[in-house]
Design a protein around this ligand. Sequence first.
Ligand SMILES: NC(=[NH2+])NCCC[C@H](N)C(=O)O
Length: 409
Amino acid sequence: MSDRSEQTPPAYGVDSEVGRLRTVLLHRPGPELQRLTPRNNDKLLFDGIPWVGRAQEEHDAFAAALTDRGVEVVYLVDLLVETLASAEAREHAIAEVTASLRLGETLRTYLVAALHDHTPQELALVLTAGIRNDEVRGGHGLVTSLLADDDFLVDPLPNLLFTRDSSVWIRDRVAVTSLAMPARERETQLTDLIYSRHPRFAGTPRIHGWEREHLEGGDVLLMAPGVIAVGVGERTTPAGVERLARRVLADDLAHTVLAVPIAQERATMHLDTICTMVDVDKIVMYPNIADSLTAYAVTAHPDDPEAPLAIAAPEPFLVAAARAAEIDAMHLIDTGLDPVTAEREQWDDGNNTLAVAPRVAIAYERNIETNARLEEAGIEVIRIAGSEVGSGRGGPRCMSCPIARDPQG
Ligand SMILES: NC(=[NH2+])NCCC[C@H](N)C(=O)O
């Protein structure tokens, strides 16, 4: 058998939210979650302190639900460790993780040398779970003395669990995103490292990048081939959507980008916290905002790609989406929930479903009413537990980054 590097890399790509899912990137929660305390959980964007063992069980059941449906699950840490087999990749990762101005020269010099002696596994652990001041074995000096014992020299990344946000595939390209919250910034150093250096992704064109305007994968919905909706709110900025729109329109990855303003609040941090697609023309949406969501349709100038983007006046989101997708209607699954139940289930990611194929979606079991309405609308709901993983405020869609789906168009 020929070795992997001689094989042609498989063709990856995603052109919709619902085409049969083939390969997905997950992150099994690990030691980075053990870092959460009642003193740091807010800053690290968790609403509680998860029971890590149970979170892992829930996550394993999520992965099993996917593999049962024939989906290949790849794990971020496995890819990271494999990437770090290369000395050049290790060098790059060490330089990035020690660049923080928090360290100072004494500690940085020590850490750079110490990390060079790490195996790929050990280095991956540092990159994901971080290093606390009381864990460092050398480099002691003014910085280590003045920082508290439990201050992090390298921050842990508990939100790696939400692989949706740190990269997003658009057709055959992958966008390494740019995360808005300081607690998540470093996640994209890891996705960038993997996509630029892992043999699995050799030759994959990359767009956007962590050094660019803020753009998070949870805001990007591939509504239909050629139509991309992007939420603009707490995370993705107006400049972030403008950069993405220019690129996807110029590269012919889409003909229309729908910029969708969303409330700048934690409950609606990403567009996928309020709506997800469950069929080529069906969307489940938080009823309390369903009537008010609007979109600006952004298109390229037909004759002059260099000309400024054409921006239509805002319209109701689903009207704009149906027109761009050239379908009669984008059907809203009417969950008909009373506002309080709707608000509770939205908070618990009831609208954050992951389609594994048209009309088949993974959802948290706890959102009883939303799931019942989905089934009444003809959607098969695969229920998973999320009591612990959900404490990071993310559902099945947030916890997954599709790498390959069968084409919808
Ligand atoms: N695509 C999503 N909705 N992701 C949810 C991310 C949750 C994470 N704790 C954060 O605040 O960033």
